[in-house]
Design a protein around this ligand. Sequence first.
Ligand SMILES: *[C@@H]1O[C@H](CO)[C@@H](O)[C@H](O)[C@H]1NC(C)=O
Ligand SMILES: *[C@@H]1O[C@H](CO)[C@@H](O)[C@H](O)[C@H]1NC(C)=O
Ligand SMILES: *[C@@H]1O[C@H](CO)[C@@H](O)[C@H](O)[C@H]1NC(C)=O
Ligand SMILES: *[C@@H]1O[C@H](CO)[C@@H](O)[C@H](O)[C@H]1NC(C)=O
Ligand SMILES: *[C@@H]1O[C@H](CO)[C@@H](O)[C@H](O)[C@H]1NC(C)=O
Ligand SMILES: *[C@@H]1O[C@H](CO)[C@@H](O)[C@H](O)[C@H]1NC(C)=O
Ligand SMILES: *[C@@H]1O[C@H](CO)[C@@H](O)[C@H](O)[C@H]1NC(C)=O
Length: 557
Amino acid sequence: MDRITKITLAVFLYGLAASFIVHAEDPYLFYTWNVSYGTLSPLGVPQQVILINGGFPGPRINGTSNNNVVVNVFNNLDEPLLFTWNGIQQRKNSWQEGLLGTNCPIAPGTNYTYRFQVKDQIGSYYYYPSTALHRAAGGFGPLTVVSRDLIPVPFDAPEADYTIMAGDWYSKSHASLRKLLDSGRSLGRPDGVLINGKRGKGDGSDEPMFTMIPGKTYRYRICNVGMKNSLNFRFQGHTMKLVEIEGSHTVQNVYDSLDVHLGQCISVLVTADKEPKDYYFVASIRFTKQVLTSTATIRYTTGKGPASPELPPAPVGWAWSLNQFRSFRWNLTASAARPNPQGSYHYGQINITRTIKFVNSVGDADGKLRYAVNGVSHVDSETPLKLAEYFGVADKVFKYNIIQDEPAASVTDKNHPITLAPNVVNATFRNFVEIIFENHEKSVQSWHLAGYSFFAVAIEPGTWTPEKRKNYNLLDAISRNTIHVYPKSWAAVMLTLDNAGMWHLRSTLLERQYLGQQLYFSVLSPNYSLRDEYNIPDNDLLCGIVKDLPKPKPYSI
Ligand SMILES: *[C@@H]1O[C@H](CO)[C@@H](O)[C@H](O)[C@H]1NC(C)=O
Ligand SMILES: *[C@@H]1O[C@H](CO)[C@@H](O)[C@H](O)[C@H]1NC(C)=O
Ligand SMILES: *[C@@H]1O[C@H](CO)[C@@H](O)[C@H](O)[C@H]1NC(C)=O
Ligand SMILES: *[C@@H]1O[C@H](CO)[C@@H](O)[C@H](O)[C@H]1NC(C)=O
Ligand SMILES: *[C@@H]1O[C@H](CO)[C@@H](O)[C@H](O)[C@H]1NC(C)=O
Ligand SMILES: *[C@@H]1O[C@H](CO)[C@@H](O)[C@H](O)[C@H]1NC(C)=O
Ligand SMILES: *[C@@H]1O[C@H](CO)[C@@H](O)[C@H](O)[C@H]1NC(C)=O
């Protein structure tokens, strides 16, 4: 696109966006994305990948708190497409979630413009295509939000701010992987680990991915965007100072290595204070017999000499990981995007109005592999749940509350029947809820909640009972959007349901999510007011049974 077209487009979109978004006073960031297939060989064999403007991973969205982000997505794939903004809370605005439960997909050969505000947030996040296992082909990229100028950040400005999208990877195309799952089989083991789309050879021949000036400190924002496995990260010869987890400034402990579970993001500071030469950044899979590893080369600008081939060792076992989780604390004196995020620092003093226990299970339905939450394996409906609810035809698409807050113990039995249905939990606006994730399986689970940040108050081995609340961290737990659960363990999170909308809770293990381990929270404000939720955007795509229905009366103040 030439410059004039770009400016014309930007001016046009600005006008368009300004008419929809309430907070028009905050600055706008405009992006135009051409989403297409390409062929790359990240593991040495050519395979189909999803590119954004020719790149894999996609471009960084770098916003400042409260910026309005406008992304015009051109779908040049041969399949319907949606993007989700993992970790962006979309306050009052689940219209922009970009999931099959909230939006109609963007048809091939067409474009759709997302408009959202990164309201009251800072931190490290990412976006990815949420449809049809597309993430297995790429299409993901970093989404970062920096503090506004006047808000102090609890560390000196780094020399540079780097992003790392790392994860396990398969050499098969997303279509072949999808065929496996659709036919009732599992994806099996991944074929490698990629760091920003590349697997380092680690033999001194790799081009440096990052450079550091001696004496300077760098921020590395690291996300695990893989499909199946937890990762451990480490910098050869250097320690990491942890400063942020998914939007919260942490107590700044120093680590030799860090476990980052599926879907999670952290920021660390690394100072270039060692002998000037090359070093490896190392990512390796955790909790598997066969350990896949990848490296990226980091070069001192004055560097003379290759990195040592000796990689720092990874930790072993999950007890180590659990201890590390317990060391993560929120820095209560550090400023966030606004002084008092999520309503209160004093989450430990709020009375719980509802406790919901989610138990993951695996089984089969009609002879095919499925994954479930409390015995129900979610299936997407042709009409997005949010639209069905908004147009008043929810009863034709799904039933609320088909799972129980306290599921029967038998849901984890191998022979327990798995129900296939849209899984929607009706939640009460502004309730303060406690969610327990119970994992009776032998693998590590990881869960992401959209629309919110929650306090991750505990992860413990065994089975949860109300007495376990005595051991919660009710003072300085991290407020974040993803929580992992070790084998035969549970995790507890707490949050206020103060964001009206249709919000997704999903297993971040892609295969489990695709095969039903996900659900939606319907959080409706009984007032139907613009104070609680934005109106449906004028450009919202309509499909299924709401395609030709008249739009309901807009919300007013
Ligand atoms: C989008 O990318 C594809 C593949 O790189 C290219 O063929 C096509 O011309 C691009 N479209 C636009 C509108 O830039
Ligand atoms: C991100 O945006 C901020 C604010 O505009 C800017 O200061 C910073 O340099 C940007 N960072 C990167 C890595 O682009
Ligand atoms: C598609 O892109 C054009 C600009 O090329 C823009 O004018 C239009 O609003 C976009 N359509 C949607 C539905 O966002
Ligand atoms: C917490 O943040 C404050 C304010 O920026 C900072 O001075 C302090 O060093 C931080 N504390 C820890 C333990 O990281
Ligand atoms: C919480 O519940 C306790 C016991 O029912 C009650 O005494 C207290 O006032 C409640 N606190 C708040 C903040 O509502
Ligand atoms: C959802 O829950 C609220 C509060 O308990 C209730 O008033 C409402 O009728 C429920 N809605 C549905 C559709 O079940
Ligand atoms: C609905 O609006 C009324 C009047 O403004 C207010 O008192 C009430 O708290 C609101 N309810 C909710 C759930 O926000």
